[in-house]
Design a protein around this ligand. Structure first.
Ligand SMILES: Cc1ncc(C[n+]2csc(CCOP(=O)(O)OP(=O)(O)O)c2C)c(N)n1
Length: 319
């Protein structure tokens, strides 16, 4: 019971860290303290946390343009992430990656990507390197529903299947690619059907339930570690905010938004922890307060940090 309690309180903390981080990022974007693009992950927390809970320290993840949640779930310092979003020298990419290209190689996070579907070949390449090095590491590859119609998706899944690469392709189906609803751009209801074309096991998970995501991804990870190749997991989820800061969300109804908010992954998990007697209200409020403090400290750290020096402009370039 104690280990389950610890584990579940950990998931609760990480989901709250992501939610509070994102809501703070929104505030900072609106005040133009954070410049440029930033795509928020609020609503989708259970996917990143449930999926990353299956990993070992030496495994890899590859993220998307909506990547803050993956970074937090993989354990990157919140302070360094906030500094990165503000473009500061103390950021996890020295202020040069920003929101869209945030990465943390020290934790096997090969990075977010501004190109839709751009991370899928990178994850597949990491899978090839694992096979060549003969280790039992795995790669979690996160992407949105929009990426499933990109050529990079099809080429990568085909290669991964024929070469039995240890990659878990995780589609975060939040029902929209910018303003395009999935039922307008796909002739199929469940995107996991695409895995059949590559003879790859596919599974649908409730992306609003951290334990359901963890279970589905765990089956795929176990399979990959046994050398049995790639899998596809479609997590049905929802993004609470617009695509980015300028999106008024006119393409979807308030009723639809309310329905998904009722299934909020953090509130439902909290109810579960209390209902099953795994944690007390005091335990949870302690975590909640702690996370609020942590985010405030991260903002202060980022604001107080120096800008990168112009002399560093050409450092850390790969070409
Ligand atoms: C190759 C490419 N085409 C178009 C864009 C513009 N774009 C940025 S995000 C996005 C929507 C992606 O939707 P999805 O993959 O479902 O991810 P979500 O934003 O829903 O998390 C588009 C079309 C881009 N960045 N790259």
């Amino acid at each position: 019971m104690d280990s389950i309690r610890k584990e579940y309180l950990g998931y609760y903390r990480q989901m709250l860290q992501i939610r509070n981080f994102e809501e703070k990022v929104l505030e900072l974007l609106m005040q133009n303290i954070i410049d440029g693009g930033s795509h928020l992950y609020s609503g989708e927390e259970a996917v990143a946390v449930g999926a990353c809970a299956t990993l070992r320290k030496d495994d890899y993840i590859v993220s998307t343009h909506r990547g803050h949640g993956h970074c937090i779930a993989r354990g990157t310092s919140i302070k360094e992430m906030m500094a990165e979003l503000l473009g500061k020298r103390t950021g996890c990419c020295k202020g040069k990656g920003g929101s869209l290209h945030i990465a943390d190689f020290s934790l096997g996070n090969l990075g977010a990507n501004g190109i839709v579907g751009g991370g899928i070949p990178i994850a597949t390449g990491a899978g090839i390197s694992i096979v060549m090095r003969k280790t039992d590491q795995v790669v979690l590859c996160f992407f949105g529903d929009g990426a499933v119609n990109q050529g990079s998706f099809h080429e990568s899944l085909n290669m991964a299947a024929i070469w039995k690469l240890p990659v878990i392709y995780i589609c975060e189906n939040n029902l929209y690619g910018m303003s395009a609803a999935v039922n307008r751009v796909f002739p199929i209801e469940d995107l996991v059907i695409r895995a059949q074309a590559y003879n790859m096991p596919g599974e649908i998970a409730d992306g609003m339930d951290v334990l359901a995501v963890r279970q589905a991804v765990q089956r795929a990870v176990d399979r990959a570690r046994r050398g049995e190749g790639p899998s596809f997991v479609e997590c049905k989820t929802y993004r609470y905010h617009g695509h980015s800061r300028s999106d008024p969300r006119v393409y979807r109804t308030k009723e639809e938004e309310e329905l998904w908010h009722k299934r909020d992954p953090i509130i439902t998990f909290k109810e579960r922890l209390l209902g099953e007697g795994i944690a007390t209200a005091d335990d949870l409020s302690e975590v909640e307060k702690d996370v609020v403090r942590e985010i405030e400290e991260a903002v202060q750290f980022a604001l107080d940090s120096p800008w990168p020096d112009p002399s560093e402009l050409y450092e850390d370039l790969f070409s």
